[in-house]
Design a protein around this ligand. Structure first.
Ligand code: NI
Length: 168
């Protein structure tokens, strides 16, 4: 298990459409183990493979910072089946250090994915869990949380974004 560097805003891989995972090989298992360790070290709630520079449809959600009984969970080739409701919450992203924004997202999500064991599962999530899933799912399509900002909010962080992109 190794900590991998987290790719920051400005890196092209964050805008790529990630490819579906074929077989769950030992490389995929290693990647997921590394992503889980990287996410824990960074203290975030979620991490997509693109954020460690790998353009594959995998993300991890780990809510153990909020709920000590929570276990990190890997979602491979996920598919959003349903969303409902709407809620506003302050959101950040490990690829955007220092940028936080109140964003409205669905309050509930139903998602289908493969687990590391290759078996399909369906997860129902609410609140912050739902938000983390939807945020990470966006990463798989090259969508970033700043894309959900209003024009005004986006203008307010414009200088920070340019600085980030420059150092990427
Ligand atoms: Ni993110």
């Amino acid at each position: 298990m190794a900590i991998r560097p987290i790719v920051k805003y400005g890196s092209a891989v964050l805008r790529e459409m990630s490819r579906p995972v074929g077989e769950i090989t030992s490389e995929i298992k290693d990647l997921v183990a590394d992503m889980t360790a990287t996410l824990k070290e960074a203290g975030g709630l979620g991490l997509a493979a693109a954020q460690v520079g790998v353009s594959l449809r995998i993300f991890i959600v780990d809510l153990s910072a909020l709920d000590i009984s929570a276990e990190p969970k890997a979602f491979i080739n996920p598919e959003i089946l349903e969303t409902s409701g709407a809620t506003e919450y302050e959101e950040g992203c490990l690829s955007f250090p220092g940028i936080y924004q109140l964003l409205t997202r669905p309050d509930h999500v139903r998602v289908r994915a493969l687990g590391l064991d290759g078996k399909e599962f369906v997860e129902e999530a609410d609140g912050i869990y739902a938000r983390a899933i939807l945020h990470e799912y966006d990463h798989l399509d090259g969508v970033l949380f700043i894309d959900h900002f209003s024009t005004v909010s986006r203008a307010l962080v414009d200088r920070k974004l340019k600085k980030l992109a420059k150092s990427a």
